[in-house]
Design a protein around this ligand. Sequence first.
Ligand SMILES: Nc1ncnc2c1ncn2[C@@H]1O[C@H](COP(=O)(O)OP(=O)(O)O)[C@@H](O)[C@H]1O
Ligand SMILES: [Mg+2]
Length: 150
Amino acid sequence: MDISLVTENTTQTQKIAAEFAKKISLPAIFALKGNLGAGKTQFVKGLGEGLGIDKRSICSASFIVIAEYGDSPALIHIDAYRLDNPQELIDIGWDDLLERKDVIIAVEWADKVKSLLPTDRIDVEIAIVDENKRRINITSHTRNTEIAYI
Ligand SMILES: Nc1ncnc2c1ncn2[C@@H]1O[C@H](COP(=O)(O)OP(=O)(O)O)[C@@H](O)[C@H]1O
Ligand SMILES: [Mg+2]
């Protein structure tokens, strides 16, 4: 499945993510790509919102690398920006995360840890069109059929 759309503000970006979070079979992994300020974290806020998590609690994870929000389902938010190599993600427990069932895992700067990402995932690429416009390309490589109807 391939979706390409344009959003005009953060609310729209979050809403798309929230729809995914509500409908998708868990566990699910979102691999986010896009330049600084593209809207990756905004998208993750929307994922949280869709899971019933207060989106105001979700913020950039680039310094902390990993954050967990909520419970059943939980949102695991990873930002690989500051990682020097994929091994660092393994060191903070990546393999255990992949064992978890009731989670959405969202990885910003996914390209930095590409070798560790399962093929069963959803790629989200966000490009800046202008100040408030973003083109979002979503490619699903998952068993999830629900998202075909979003
Ligand atoms: N359509 C849009 N979708 C998402 N963010 C937008 C949009 N328009 C403007 N923005 C702004 O772009 C910035 C995106 O920041 P952020 O999500 O932290 O980016 P990233 O995590 O990709 O570095 C925010 O300041 C947000 O307000
Ligand atoms: Mg970010």
